[in-house]
Structure formats: C-alpha cells, structure tokens
Ligand binder design. Structure first.
Ligand code: PGA
Length: 259
C-alpha cells in the first residue's frame, strides 16, 4: 500500500486524477471501476478538466461502478447511476453505453450480480478501481462483518452508513435511505489490477488507521487491501492524522511519484 498524504483534498484529488489520466493516455481502452459518494467528486472534476483541455480522451474507456441502492430507478436523483451521469459521465467524452452500474430494480438481484461479474471478466477485468472508505471502514457497501472474499451480491447497510448517507444525501432523512444495496464484493474489488482509494477529513481517520495499520479483518473490510500489491491511497492530513508511520508513508510515496 502506498499512502500519499497531501495538505488538502484538492491536492490529493488532482494527484489521483493525474494517475488515472496518465493510465488512460497510455491505454485508451482502460477498464475503470468507479465509486460514488462525496469523496471522488473533486477528482472527477479534475478528470473532466483534462478532457475539456483535450489532454486525454475517455472515448474508448469502459467503466463498472461499485454499487447501487436496491429499489431506486436509474432516473431517481439519489441513485448512483444518476450520480455518475451528473458528476462524471456528462462531463467527459465516455460513451454512456460503455458505462455500467448495477440495476437496483433488477427482478432477480442475485442473477444481476452474477451477470455483472461476468461482464467485468469478459472486459478483461478492472484495470483501475476507484474507492472511497466509509467511516466504519467499508469499501463499496461491504459493511463490517462481510467476508473478505465476498463477491458481488445483495448487501445490508449498517445504521452508521445509513446515517452517514442521510447526512450528505436524501435531504438528511434517514428513513429515505434504502437499507439494501447491490455491491461488488471485497474479493471482486481486490481483483482489480490497480486500486486508488481516496479519504478526506477527520471523520475518516479511524477507518484509515484500520485500513492501513490495523490487522486484516472483516470488521474493517478496507483492510483487505493490505493483501493487494498495487494500492494507492490519496488522503489529506486530517484523514492521515492517526497513522503511526505517516511521515514514512509520505516520504516514500513522494519519492515513488517523483514529487
Ligand atoms: P463518502 O462515502 O465519499 O460520501 O464519504 C464513502 C464511502 O462510503 O465509501
């Protein structure tokens, strides 16, 4: 794991976007795994800026998103499909038909999840997976107590995640947040060739500590990334504040990135 500690989330987001843009320039057919939430928005804006400036093109890129709420139509303004269209896909030159988000209205959700995994496999697997981290250490919607080898499936949100998501979305109303989702599994995520995780703010400090320096445990599913050999965490100083070896990580990653 490389932990890149920046003064601000703006700086961290720009560095993460640069890593993705460089990869797409090198391989225009890059397969991306994408995430929703408040965290990746700045990075998506940076990617959009680069496309606008014609520094990179996402025309041949394909994407698969991490998760979707059960029961929300793709047109619902709180669905993750809607979020992706508004926050990234409309702002870059990716073909909408090349973007994939699990269908929260699938009649047979387990079949939907199996088919999603098969699509990813057919595309050659995810080259770069973008991740946020929940304040409870989750990646995608893999809550504490989820097997670290889990596959894409129907999952159940914890009260803490429902509270976090109501704070930022759903107009603050916890009763409006769906309690189930379709989510890529921890095992599915860990098959990505490269992983880029973003973590900002002091509300993520405990989760990041568990992810980077805690034992590998299903009670912090992000800790599974310790066994992944090309994971980059871009974070701000607040999120990194509880890491014991933060000075070492900052120095090592700066040398590796040539900063
Ligand atoms: P957030 O969510 O970006 O809205 O903080 C992150 C997550 O739950 O993965």
């Amino acid at each position: 794991m490389e932990v890149v500690i920046c003064k601000t989330k703006e700086e961290a987001s720009a560095l993460a976007a640069k890593m993705i843009n460089e990869a797409v320039k090198k391989n225009p057919k890059t397969v991306l795994g994408l995430a929703t939430g408040s965290t990746p928005v700045l990075m998506y804006n940076e990617m959009a800026k680069a496309v606008k400036a014609k520094k990179v093109s996402y025309k041949e890129v394909k994407s698969w998103n991490l998760d979707e709420y059960v029961g929300l139509a793709p047109t619902h303004d709180q669905s993750y499909r809607y979020f992706m269209n508004e926050n990234l896909f409309k702002k870059i030159d990716i073909k909408l038909s090349n973007t994939h988000v699990l269908n929260g209205l699938a009649k047979n959700p387990e079949k939907e999840c199996k088919a999603y995994e098969a699509q990813i496999k057919k595309a050659g697997g995810i080259d770069i997976q973008v991740l946020g981290i929940g304040s409870d250490g989750h990646i995608a919607f893999n809550e504490p107590g989820t097997s670290l080898s889990s596959r894409t499936s129907v999952v159940y949100l914890t009260p803490s995640t429902i509270k976090d998501n109501a704070r930022l979305f759903f107009g603050g109303d916890m009763t409006k947040v769906p309690t189930q989702a379709l989510s890529m599994g921890v095992g599915t995520i860990c098959e990505a060739k490269k992983i880029i995780m973003l973590a900002f703010g002091k509300g993520k400090a405990d989760a990041l500590k568990g992810c980077v320096e805690g034992g590998m445990t299903q009670f912090c599913t992000a800790s599974a990334l310790q066994a992944h050999n090309d994971t980059w965490i871009f974070c701000d100083e607040e999120a990194a504040s509880k890491l014991k070896l933060k000075k070492y990580y900052a120095w090592r990653s700066a040398v590796k990135l040539g900063l």
